[in-house]
Design a protein around this ligand. Structure first.
Ligand SMILES: [Ca+2]
Length: 175
């Protein structure tokens, strides 16, 4: 009887733990495949994809990462698709870290809300993911928008900063 009750408690805890867990984020693939659009944010080649809201390209001293800050509360990324299909989107980014607040990032494509990412209590780079459904996309130009929870000035930097972005990967043909 006692054992049974214990088992029930363990099962209940497992269910609670499962519900509390966010859907696991598939890791950003290390290699690209044909059809991928890899935007190495911070590089010169990335600039044609970055619209409103971005600061200049920079490099971290410690890690050598080339990145750009989103300095406005909204930032645009432009990309083309030849055929409409579901597209997996990964973003490697680090928030302007505040110890008392989580940065949150609303993700929209062509005006469709996709998801909201909440950055962990950690200033390090993390991978964020969402699947863009085919019906949110159009053949030709598409506009991805990141909408920030906050931006802030830090130290001597006169800019207000929200999110440092290293890499954006779009992989069409997901099913
Ligand atoms: Ca980069």
């Amino acid at each position: 009887m006692k054992g049974e009750r214990l088992w029930v408690s363990v099962a209940a805890l497992a269910i609670v733990a499962t519900l509390a867990q966010a859907e696991p984020v598939p890791p950003m693939p290390a290699d690209t495949v044909p059809g991928d659009l890899l935007i190495d944010v911070g590089s010169r080649a990335a600039q044609e994809h970055l619209g409103f809201g971005w600061s200049r390209g920079e490099r971290t001293r410690e890690l050598g990462i080339i990145f750009q800050w989103i300095k406005c509360l909204e930032a645009d990324v432009w990309f083309d698709v030849e055929t409409v299909s579901d597209v997996d989107l990964w973003v490697r980014a680090a928030p302007l870290h505040l110890p008392w607040k989580r940065q949150n990032v609303g993700v929209f494509v062509n005006g469709h809300w996709l998801t909201e990412w909440v950055c962990p209590d950690d200033p390090a780079y993390s991978d964020y993911y969402v699947r863009i459904p085919a019906d949110a996309l159009e053949v030709g130009r598409n506009r991805l928008i990141f909408r920030m929870g906050y931006r802030k000035r830090m130290g001597r930097d006169k800019r207000e900063l929200a999110l440092a972005v290293d890499t954006i990967l779009l992989r069409p043909g997901a099913n």
